[in-house]
Write a protein that binds this ligand. Structure first.
Ligand code: NAP
Length: 295
């Protein structure tokens, strides 16, 4: 059973890769970008979801600092609209894969967070994403899949990795924070993992919270050094610094490493170690264009 799939937020960084992976796998997919479907419009969501077997909600308000000054807008898209999507899936009998974030967690752990770790977001974006998670789990206890991911980069969006590639092409020193740890994750293999989970969902795999991030962990400084080295630039140009040198409106978790126990228990293929994943990603045309200064 391949089913009919709907991707919301289809023009976003992850959404673009999701649509490509689904099409490559021969799935029937409706790609709904924001201009096609505004997820805050409950009636439009109900109409769009109808007739689909799997919905992947990749639409989100992702401006983490912007959410501090406009928490209502973040909540409308990341909380209230997710409730609309979940209700529509319940009415249509569709499975929902909802993409969430490490930012629902407090970031004060010293070992990878299990899926059932207590939540405790540090910022307005995280609180809005937690509201979305709760809406999915409440409306779809048997068919709602909350998939937390983190530290994304992709060929079709803005990311830390793309910024470092641009800086690597220049010269001089670059100061990068060394006091936050996470799992840099490329959207393309994440998309493949989400599709695998969607197929497992159609086959009746248990609903609930899953974590999907690259294996291993790195600080932003370690990630930047790896990008410089892979781009053929001197990694010694990257210097470690602390996050208090770069104050931002939204506080960030210091430790964002997610455990993959439920993913493995469901028999899903593990995502690669972050360093190997990055090496493959940087050979793709989208990142070559960034290196060449074309984007
Ligand atoms: N990026 C990361 O590092 C990261 C980390 C952890 C989790 N996540 C999660 O991963 C998912 C995908 O994020 P991403 O990195 O691909 O972000 P993205 O590139 O910003 O994609 C989000 C998409 O949602 C669209 N959108 C915003 N409001 C909408 C609305 N009301 N109706 C329909 N679409 C709407 C955006 O359109 P516009 O561009 O036109 O606003 C954008 O195309 C999100 O759930 C995010 O919370 C991301």
């Amino acid at each position: 059973m391949t089913g009919r799939w709907l991707v919301t937020g289809a023009a976003g960084m992850l959404g673009t890769d999701l649509v490509a992976v689904l099409a490559d796998a021969g799935h029937e997919v409706t790609a709904a970008a924001r201009r096609d479907l505004d997820v805050t419009d409950a009636a439009a969501v109900a109409a769009a979801v109808d007739g689909h077997d799997v919905v992947i909600n990749a639409a989100a308000y992702t401006d983490v600092d912007g959410a501090e000054s406009d928490p209502g807008r973040a909540m409308a898209v990341n909380g209230d609209a997710v409730a609309h999507v979940a209700a529509a899936c319940a009415a249509a009998g569709a499975r929902l894969l909802h993409v969430s974030t490490d930012y629902v967690l407090p970031g004060d752990a010293t070992a990878p967070y299990p899926e059932d770790a207590p939540t405790g977001p540090l910022n307005a974006y995280g609180r809005s994403k937690l509201a979305g998670e709760r809406a999915v789990l409440a409306a779809l206890p048997e068919s709602g899949y909350v998939v937390r991911t983190a530290w994304l980069y992709g060929e079709h969006g803005r990311s830390f990795v793309a910024t470092m590639l641009r800086l690597a092409a220049g010269d001089g020193a670059v100061d990068v924070v060394d006091d936050a740890r996470g799992q840099p994750t490329w959207t393309r293999p994440l998309a493949a993992g989400l599709v695998e989970l969607g197929e497992a969902a159609l086959a009746g795999r248990a609903a609930g919270v899953y974590h999907a991030t690259a294996a291993g962990a790195a600080t932003w400084y370690e990630l930047a050094r790896a990008v410089f080295a892979m781009a053929g630039s001197d990694p010694a140009r990257v210097r470690p610094t602390s996050s208090d040198r770069f104050p931002r409106p939204a506080p960030r978790p210091a430790y964002s490493v997610l455990g993959h126990g439920r993913w493995a228990a469901a028999g899903l293929a593990p995502l690669a170690p972050w360093h190997d994943m990055l090496a493959v990603a940087l050979r793709r045309p989208g990142f070559a264009a960034v290196r060449a200064g074309a984007r």
